[in-house]
Ligand binder design. Structure first.
Ligand code: GUN
Ligand code: ZN
Length: 474
């Protein structure tokens, strides 16, 4: 328990890395801060009071307890992960996205109709998030309101940041039947979830840890009428800070893949148009747009230039999910072209198509797939690019960059303590890896080792707003 006099106030001392300030992705490396003997001062209210070299810490903090750590990083921000797929990672679908959904995922998600199973899933999901240090997340929800209640309750108990909404389906194959509702019920259930959970913890979206999103599964799981209804609903709650989340441009198998199926169903000019109010034939306007600064679209692997430009223009962000894209054969999001468009590219595990919970494991795939892009598209992402995508870009995608995403003074203290000794392969690499003499370049090498080699056991402390996150017991 925190001492009532000092509250959460502590000094956390260790090798601290973060991307400071508010740079664009292209400038992340210039904003990389490495403090080998750094101090992160957390004030009584959970806000960062000071950050810098330990030896230069102001006298007024000298009386605070000091917690020693190996490394200190900002909490990971994951912008796409499926709660009802907690136990469905690595499911064998015998094909790509649409086969996998139909044969594995719809049946798995239907099991959450059972209240006991839904609660166990919410506990396991929240525990995993807590252990891998995903302090803030956009979470793709279950169709079942009781399961969403369990998810919000467990997240509140643990002290994690959560944006989530029930997955809306009004259309789909027979195996999706238990997840499908009428259009009227879909709208009613989304509105009820917003009333019940949006900013319920502080009654102010500017400070809340719990927030709600409007989440049609993807354009194929709904109809133009559902999109019209959701657009009108979203229009009425946008000002309250409600989010929008879905999938887009993930699978382009010719003929019967996701993108061709969307084209066949909507007969529009682009996939993005279906979320932009232009869901009638030939992209005619049929209702309000769902895009905006609190809208995140997962994947965006196969985008037209105009789709990227429209996302950038509206402030809509991408949740890049390379681990999932490998698993489902979805291809590789072109990194240079996507980032050059100006759209914010954040990181999602996409569990269960992604089989890694730890965002650093997704960064590991991110590094490999973009280095392997063909010809001049190949890019060796700087470790600061990776750290930026996994932290500050996620906070930006969630429209909460003012509150977290790095360790700047004045932000909420969302951070991780890492003890490499808890994962021997990492400890050995850090101890014996070859380093250049130059201090700044050697720090970059160390950050790369840390991000590529991190595993769950080495994360020994997870904090949100200065408070230690408590993983629920299964
Ligand atoms: N598209 C529609 N639903 C899903 C899902 O559950 N996972 C992924 N990766 N893509 C989807
Ligand atoms: Zn997904």
């Amino acid at each position: 328990m925190a001492d009532p006099a000092t509250g959460l106030a502590r000094v956390y001392r260790g090798h601290l890395f973060h991307v400071a300030g508010s740079p664009d992705q292209a400038d992340a490396a210039e904003h990389l801060a490495s403090l080998p003997d750094g101090a992160l001062v957390v004030e009584a209210d959970g806000v960062i009071g000071w950050v810098g070299p330990y030896t230069k810490m102001p006298e007024r903090f000298a009386a605070l307890d000091v917690v020693e750590a190996g490394f200190i990083l900002p909490g990971f921000v994951g912008t796409h992960v499926h709660f009802p797929q907690t136990f469905a990672t690595d499911s064998y679908g015998g094909g790509q996205l649409l086969e996998w959904l139909e044969h594995c995922i719809y049946p798995s998600e239907a099991r959450l109709s059972d209240e006991k199973f839904a609660l166990a899933t919410a506990r396991a999901f929240t525990a995993r998030r807590a252990r891998v240090g995903t302090t803030a997340a956009m979470v793709f929800g279950s169709a079942f309101p009781h399961a969403q209640d369990a998810l919000f309750s467990e997240s509140r108990e643990a002290g994690l940041r959560l944006v989530s909404g029930r997955g809306v389906q009004t259309n789909g194959p027979p195996s999706a039947a238990p997840l499908i509702t009428s259009e009227a019920d879909a709208l009613r259930l989304v509105a009820e979830e917003i009333d019940r959970w949006h900013a319920v913890d502080t009654h102010d979206a500017a400070t809340a840890l719990l927030q709600v999103a409007v989440v049609p599964r993807f354009s194929l799981s709904v109809t133009p009428r559902t999109l019209a209804g959701l657009g009108e609903l979203y229009e009425s709650v946008r000002g309250d800070g409600v989010y929008f989340h879905s999938h887009m441009n993930e699978n382009n198998r010719p003929g019967d893949g996701e993108i061709d199926a969307v084209r066949a169903l909507y007969r529009g000019e682009s996939y993005l148009d279906t979320y932009d109010g232009k869901f009638l034939s030939r992209s005619a306007i049929g209702g309000p747009s769902l895009l905006g600064p609190r809208s995140i679209l997962a994947h965006a692997v196969h985008c037209q230039d105009r789709e990227l430009a429209r996302m950038a223009e509206t402030g809509t962000s991408i949740a890049h999910c390379p681990t999932s894209q490998l698993f489902l054969g979805s291809g590789t999001m072109p990194w240079r072209r996507t980032v050059a468009s100006g759209v914010t590219v954040s990181i999602g595990s996409d569990v269960g198509a992604g089989d890694e919970w730890l965002i650093a494991r997704v960064l590991n795939d991110c590094y490999k797939v973009h280095l392997s892009e063909p010809g001049s598209d190949s890019v060796a992402l700087h470790p600061a690019d990776l750290l930026f995508a996994a932290t500050l870009a996620g906070a930006r995608a969630l429209d909460m960059e003012q509150r977290f995403g790095n360790l700047d003074t004045g932000k909420d203290a969302d951070f991780l303590l890492i003890d490499p000794e808890q994962w021997e392969p990492l400890a050995l690499r850090l101890e014996h890896g070859t380093r250049v003499d130059d201090e700044a370049r050697s720090a970059v090498q160390t950050l790369f080792t840390l991000l590529m080699g991190l595993r769950e056991p080495a994360i020994t402390g997870v904090y949100v707003r200065g408070r230690r996150v408590a993983a629920p017991q299964a």
